[in-house]
Design a protein around this ligand. Structure first.
Ligand code: DUT
Ligand code: MG
Length: 563
């Protein structure tokens, strides 16, 4: 129980912090709707019985006041309608507002160093956190908290009304209704929890396996794994369907339980009001009022049914999302380097997640502002990891990283399903048309873009589909050029471009980078040749640093791939 509380706490906190007043207003209006409904039914019962009794004798018919009760009925009907309208407006608006805030918090959480890297291993997971899990949380307020509070309130009000007829009647009614009305959903919620969780897992597996089938069908077909993938999908579907079936059974059981309880309660209430009327403690119209109030008070508990069945899913979502919300506050920005420096790494080591061996060890390196450093070394030596360290994506395990704000051009080009323009504007949303053309020209892509029928508004498919590998790379470079940061970290910037094109792009890159510091991880001579210093990295350690003009610098260049 305490674990649920711990999972739910940050989320409830967020609900309240975000829209406290609207949420409370929604709950109050919801209670008003239900109370007005109960009073309406009770008063109507009283009125109908009283008028028919008055009709039995001419004297009573003349003195009977029909106006006050019928005005009351009209008033209650209006209050109920208006309160219901207001309640829908308030609760749904507040819930949607809270969920939007939650999404933003989650996005910020994913933007923390390390989180994106960890999630990029399982993109489907990220998708579910942002969609299904957040949606599951709306049931917390709309289908659990508000209905429970309203139902308890209704039970209390009804037992007070019935208690005025006879204290024991009111007390017994209230206790039994609250006990069973809350007890049944709790029992059902407990029984449904496992199945609700399984259903969520099943649907997730179904979706991600289907995505894999669609995205990788060529590879699956070539590897002869198409049938196996289809079977895996069918298995996930079967798993989810089985859980769904179980959930339906629980729901049926709960509906049955509610039916039983309400019949029992109404029967006992009928006997009670009959006995009270018989002994002339209450009049017949009051007895009718009592019976209808009892009837109406049972109804709000039925609203808890869906919330009870969804409780498992809601708790699962809370458990997955809560830790993300907690980390969003604790990360600190990188410290600033000493004046005149772009970064300084005093004896820094770092580990990749789930790795026992350090990927970088005893890195003692500093770069002055405006200086250009090439990092070379065999594949897997730790070049990209060094850039990740400088960008703050990889945390230092010993020593601390001090760096100015940096932009990282990742080794793998990341493009989105958007227009060329949209992909560029990511780097700087306020960029004007002329500047976009400038950076495209600087990246050597302008002619290619102008040859496309829709120019810069040409839509790209997922992952930049529609561009060649080299064109994608140049688009990524153009996007880098829009980032006005003092330090650029370039991971094999011209990989995939032909020699002539690459030299042209490098020449423009050098011009665009005037006044900035550069760190270039590379295997290619032309990229290292624009540097002032070369650091050789071997097995996560820097084995040699040379400066332009020194013999070791030329030697290091000679070790690289020509062209
Ligand atoms: N590594 C991990 N987890 C990661 C990334 C890398 O364990 O998320 C390991 C693999 C490798 C070492 O760290 O043994 C260094 O990888 P890095 O990508 O830094 O190597 P590189 O020098 O950039 O290699 P390449 O030239 O192939 O890009
Ligand atoms: Mg690399």
């Amino acid at each position: 129980m305490s674990r649920f509380a711990a999972d739910l706490k940050p989320i409830l906190h967020l609900f309240l912090a975000e829209r406290r007043r609207a949420l409370l207003l929604g709950a109050v209006l919801s209670a008003m709707t239900v109370m007005a409904g109960i009073a309406l039914l009770g008063l109507s019962g009283w009125f109908i019985t009283a008028t028919s009794l008055a009709g039995l004798s001419a004297a009573a018919a003349i003195t009977f006041d029909v106006f006050a009760p019928s005005a009351g009925i009209r008033l209650l009907a209006i209050v109920r309608t208006v309160a219901r309208y207001g309640e829908r407006l308030a609760t749904h608006d507040a819930t949607l507002g809270v969920l939007a805030a939650l999404r933003e918090r989650l996005f910020r959480g994913f933007a923390e160093p390390g989180a994106a890297r960890a999630l990029s291993h399982r993109p489907a997971k990220l998708l579910f956190r942002l969609t299904a899990d957040i949606d599951a949380l709306d049931s917390l307020y709309l289908r659990i908290l508000v209905p429970a509070a309203v139902a308890v309130g209704a039970a209390l009000a009804a037992s007070v009304a019935l208690g005025l007829m006879h204290p024991l009647f009111g007390l017994g009614f209230g206790l039994f209704l609250a006990g069973t009305g809350l007890g049944l959903p709790v029992i059902a919620g407990h029984a449904a929890r496992k199945h609700a969780r399984r259903r969520a897992h099943g649907i997730e597996a179904l979706r991600s396996r289907t995505i894999d089938l669609v995205a990788g069908q060529t590879d699956l077909l070539m590897a002869g794994r198409l049938a196996a993938q289809k079977e895996a999908i069918a298995a996930a579907d079967g798993y989810a369907a089985h859980a769904d079936d179980r959930l339906n059974r629980v729901e049926t059981g709960l509906t049955f339980g509610f039916g039983l309880v309400s019949t029992l309660l109404l029967t006992v209430s009928l006997l009670a009001v009959a006995a009270l009327a018989e002994s002339e403690m209450i009049t017949a119209p009051v007895a009718a009022l009592g019976l209808l109030v009892a009837f109406a008070a049972v109804e709000p508990f039925a609203a808890l049914r869906r919330g009870a069945l969804e409780l498992g899913r809601t708790l699962l979502a809370a458990r997955r999302i809560a830790p993300r919300l907690a980390v969003a506050d604790v990360t600190e920005p990188l410290v600033a380097p000493p004046p005149g420096y772009a970064f300084s790494l005093p004896d820094v080591s770092a580990f990749h997640e789930n790795s026992a061996v350090p990927v970088l060890q005893g890195i003692d390196l500093a770069l002055q502002q405006g200086e250009r450093l090439a990092v070379i070394g065999s594949s897997g030596a730790g070049k990209s990891s060094l850039l990740a360290l400088l960008s703050g994506e990889l945390p230092a395990s010993t020593g601390s990283v001090a760096a100015v704000t940096a932009t990282l051009l990742t080794q793998r080009t990341e493009l989105f399903e958007d227009s060329l323009r949209g992909n560029l504007l990511l780097a700087n949303p306020d960029t004007g048309e002329a500047r976009l053309r400038d950076v495209l020209a600087a990246a050597g892509l302008l002619a290619d873009v102008e040859a496309m029928p829709r120019g810069i508004d040409t839509p790209l498919g997922e992952g930049g589909l529609g561009l060649s590998g080299g064109q994608s790379r140049r688009l990524a470079l153009a996007r880098l050029f829009l980032r006005d940061t003092p330090l650029w970290l370039l991971d094999e910037p011209t990989e995939g471009l032909d020699g002539a094109n690459a030299r042209d792009v490098l020449c423009r890159l050098a011009a665009m980078a005037t006044g900035r510091s550069l760190v270039i991880a590379t295997h290619i001579r032309r990229e290292a040749a624009i540097a002032d210093r070369i650091a050789v990295i071997e097995g996560g350690r820097i084995s040699e640093i040379s400066r332009r003009g020194e013999a070791a610098f030329e030697k290091a260049l000679d070790r690289l791939r020509p062209d």
